[in-house]
Every structure is written in C-alpha cells, then in structure tokens.
Design a protein around this ligand. Structure first.
Ligand code: MD6
Ligand code: FE
Length: 213
C-alpha cells in the first residue's frame, strides 16, 4: 500500500469538495490573468474593512459580474451591483471564466458574481463560510493564479478539525454539497513559487451564483 493510500498524505474527503489540480494549463492561466487585468482597469483593487470593527482586510479585492461581494464597517458583508469606491457598475464576467463554471459547476444557471482576491507576501484570509448568498445550494468555484497557497478546509463548525492542501496556479476548487457549508481559508501564500504574476503574489477568483433562479 502506498503512503498516500495509507493516509499519510490524505486526500480531502468532504462530500462536494473537489480539488482539480492543474485544471488550467499555463496558456489558459496567462489568458485568465490578462482578463483579470482588464477587469481591474475598470474596477480597481481596494482594501475592504471588517464589519463593526472597521479593521482592514490584509488582502485586496475587486469583482466582476452583475453582483460583487463587498464589506465595510457599517454595511457589513453583502452583494451590490457597483464598486464601493468608484460607484461604477462591476465589469462583466469574462467569457473564459463563465466557461470554467460551465465545465465544473454542474449547475443550470450562470454565476452572477466573481470575487477577485489579491494576496501579496504575508497576507492571508481567515477561516470563513461563504454564507452571504441567498442561493445556498449552488457550488462556489475557485480559480488560483500565481504563487502557491496553503488552503485549509474543515467542517460546518469553526472548531471542526481542518485539513490542509496546497493550491497551485491553475488549480480549480469546487465547494458544493456539504463542502459548501465548510469553514475554509488561506493560511499563507508561499513567495517565489510561481512566476505567472510579474511581481509575485497570488490572485484567486471565486465564481458564485447569488440569487435563487
Ligand atoms: C482563496 N478562497 O482561495 C480563498 N471560497 O483565496 C475561498 O474563500 C473560497 O476557494 C469558496 C469556495 C472556494 C474557495
Ligand atoms: Fe470562501
């Protein structure tokens, strides 16, 4: 029996969790990155604030799609149709991202939101459940570009044991089924592990269905 099947290097076993390693080849990753840059020209990255405390996130964010996920001190976590700083409507979701959803989501309607997370060295994303979408059953599809990230995923209670895996550039993760309600986050981004982004760092896209069709 190999080490892997003996559980020394365990595969994540949560119903509805899929880690599609190397799903996007380098050419597609480069095209996706160009499209991200196109979106960010119209909807620049900004640093959101936590609800109530007003504490700044360590990562930068933007969105494309009819709806974008935003957070600030007074309004809290929510979806809205415009950029919180420019007040302009979010740009459309590029076709290439819609195609990824079409291939992996197994869901009849298209995503309405694509959140863009940008990590520089030393930034992380605390453990959370994606729970701000009225549509609770559609999966969330995530695309990783750039440096490796240490991702954790646990159960539906914050204290449940967590499993960790490395997300590499071109990996796609699907959180559907029970995994849709699982706590997850990014512990760290490992510098110098990819040269896709000229200055290093990592970009993650999460595609979501927000409204109940
Ligand atoms: C990230 N990802 O990879 C953060 N959420 O930067 C998420 O928070 C996430 O990977 C829902 C579904 C998949 C994810
Ligand atoms: Fe998430």
């Amino acid at each position: 029996m190999s080490l892997r099947s003996q559980n020394k290097v365990a595969r994540i076993m949560i119903e509805g969790f899929q880690h599609l390693e190397g799903y996007l080849d380098l050419d597609v990753q480069r095209r996706c990155l160009e499209m991200v840059h196109g979106v960010l020209e119209k909807a620049p990255l900004y640093r959101p604030r936590m609800p109530r405390s007003g504490k700044l996130f360590s990562i930068l964010m933007s969105n494309c799609g009819d709806l974008g996920w935003v957070s600030d001190k007074d309004g809290g976590y929510r979806y809205q149709s415009f950029h919180p700083e420019t007040r302009e409507p979010w740009p459309a979701i590029p076709l290439a991202f819609l195609e990824i959803w079409g291939k992996v989501a197994d869901w009849p309607t298209p995503p309405e939101a694509c959140l863009i997370n940008s990590y520089s060295e030393g930034t992380k994303l605390g453990s959370h459940v994606d729970a701000d979408e009225p549509e609770k059953y559609a999966p969330v599809v995530s695309v990783s570009l750039g440096d490796d990230a240490v991702f954790h995923v646990g159960g539906s209670n914050r204290a449940d044991p967590k499993q960790r895996l490395i997300l590499k550039s071109g990996d796609v993760v699907v959180l559907g089924g029970a995994a849709r309600r699982a706590y997850h986050g990014i512990d760290q981004v490992v510098p110098g592990t990819s040269d896709l982004l000229p200055g290093g760092g990592r970009i993650n896209l999460t595609l979501r269905r927000v409204t109940v069709a």
